[in-house]
Write a protein that binds this ligand. Structure first.
Ligand code: SF4
Ligand code: SF4
Length: 354
C-alpha cells in the first residue's frame, strides 16, 4: 500500500523529485553531501552509480539526514546498463602527451573538475561521469572514452546487499536481449524492489520498443517508472535543453504505456514551470509523475560542496553555514515541484534543522 506523502505517493500526485548523482559518478565525499542536502530538502529518490562504495556513502548521507529530520526518507536507487550507453563510460588521456603550452580546453569544459587546469594531470576517474564534453575539444584528439557494462549476475546481488531500494535500467532501442538478461538477474530480488525505472533516449522506433519491454518485464513486482532521457547529461548547459526533455515525455505520454513517467536529460530550473504551463503536473494521477535532475542539481550546490571539501571533516553536517547554504540551494529546485504537497515535502529552508 502506498503511504500518503511517501516517495511513491509523490509519483502519483506529480510531486516526485529525483536527484541523479550520475551513473558513473564516484566522487564519494560529494555523493555523501549531495545525498544529505537533497534528502533534507525533500527529495523522493537519490539515484547513484551501481558501486557498493558509492551506495555506502549515499546511505551515510541519508542516515545523517534522517537523524536531523526523521521524515527525510528518499528511496536509494542504483543505475545499471543493458549495453553500451554514454552514461556508463569514462574519459581518459595520458597527460604526458599534452604539449606544455596547451590552454587545456578540456579542463574548461569539464563540469565536475575531473580535469584540472593545474596541475596538468589526466582525468580524475571518480569525478568523470561520461558527459563527453571534453572529447571533441582536444586539438590533438588525445582524449578517449572507455565504455563499460557490468556483469549483472555479479553486480545485482552486491547492490541489494549494499542496501538499495530501487533500480534503474538504462536501455536503448534494440537492446531487448541485454535488458532481458539484466531483468533475469534482477528478478530473484524482485521482492526487495520498491521501484523499477527504465531510462532511454528518443528513437524513431521508441514506442514499439517500450511496448516490447513491458512484455519482457511482466510480471513486475513493483511500480514501473519510465525515465525519458530527452537530451542526456545536458541540463546545466542552458534553459533550452528542457525542450527536448519535455518533448520526449509528451511522446511517451501519448503512447499510454502502463507506469509512471519522469523527465530527465536536459532538466533544469525551466522544466517545472513549463510542465505546469502545459498542464502536465496536475490531477490524481498527474500525467507526469515528476522530474529527475542530474548535472543541473549538482552544479547548483557546487559552491557549498566545494567549500566543504577544503575543511575537516569534509562532511556537510559538520559545517552548519555550508549545510544551510546547500539546503537552501537544493530547496530552490525542489520547492516548485512540491507546491501543494505535504508541509514536509514542501520544505522551508529557514525551518530545516541543522
Ligand atoms: S568533460 Fe565529462 S567526460 Fe570529460 S572528464 Fe569531464 S565529466 Fe568526464
Ligand atoms: S586539450 Fe588535449 S592536449 Fe590539451 S590538455 Fe587537454 S587532453 Fe591535453
Amino acid at each position: 500500500m502506498i503511504q500518503p506523502y511517501s516517495p511513491l505517493h509523490s509519483l502519483t500526485s506529480g510531486h516526485w523529485f529525483k536527484l541523479i548523482c550520475g551513473a558513473s559518478f564516484q566522487d564519494l565525499p560529494t555523493i555523501r553531501n549531495l545525498a544529505l542536502a537533497y534528502s533534507l530538502a525533500g527529495a523522493d529518490c537519490i539515484d547513484v552509480a551501481a558501486d557498493p562504495a558509492v551506495i555506502a556513502v549515499a546511505r551515510e548521507g541519508l542516515a545523517v539526514a534522517r537523524q536531523l529530520e526523521p521524515t527525510a526518507a528518499p528511496l536509494l536507487m542504483a543505475s545499471l546498463n543493458d549495453g553500451v550507453d554514454p552514461h556508463f563510460r569514462k574519459a581518459e588521456f595520458d597527460p604526458r602527451r599534452c604539449p606544455p603550452d596547451c590552454p587545456r580546453p578540456c579542463a574548461q569544459v569539464c563540469p565536475t573538475t575531473a580535469i584540472l587546469t593545474t596541475p596538468a594531470t589526466g582525468v580524475i576517474d571518480a569525478r568523470c561521469y561520461g558527459c563527453g564534453r571534453c572529447l571533441p575539444v582536444c586539438p590533438l584528439g588525445l582524449i578517449e572514452e572507455r565504455a563499460y557494462v557490468s556483469a549483472p549476475e555479479l553486480v545485482v546481488p552486491q547492490l541489494f546487499a549494499a542496501g538499495i531500494d530501487a533500480l534503474e535500467i538504462h536501455t536503448h532501442c534494440g537492446h531487448q536481449e541485454g535488458l532481458a538478461r539484466l531483468w533475469r538477474a534482477i528478478q530473484p530480488w524482485g521482492h526487495r524492489l520498491q521501484l523499477l525505472a527504465v531510462s532511454f533516449p528518443d528513437h524513431p522506433d521508441l514506442i514499439p520498443y517500450l511496448q516490447t519491454l513491458t512484455e519482457i518485464l511482466d510480471p513486475l513486482p513493483c511500480p514501473l517508472l519510465w525515465q525519458t532521457d530527452g537530451r542526456p547529461m545536458s541540463g546545466d548547459i542552458g534553459k533550452g535543453t528542457t525542450h527536448a526533455a519535455i518533448a520526449l515525455a509528451q511522446k511517451v505520454l501519448g503512447a499510454n504505456l502502463p507506469g509512471f513517467i519522469q523527465l530527465a536529460g536536459g532538466t533544469n530550473g525551466a522544466t517545472v514551470p513549463k510542465l505546469k504551463a502545459l498542464g502536465l503536473l496536475s490531477g490524481q494521477p498527474s500525467p507526469i509523475a515528476g522530474v529527475g535532475y542530474g548535472s543541473y542539481a549538482r552544479r547548483l550546490l557546487a559552491d557549498p560542496l566545494e567549500a566543504v571539501m577544503g575543511r575537516f571533516p569534509p562532511h556537510l553536517e559538520a559545517h552548519p553555514p555550508l549545510q544551510r547554504a546547500a539546503i537552501a540551494q537544493a530547496t530552490t529546485l525542489i520547492r516548485p515541484l512540491k507546491v501543494g504537497q505535504s508541509p514536509r515535502a514542501s520544505p522551508d529552508p529557514a525551518s530545516t534543522p541543522v
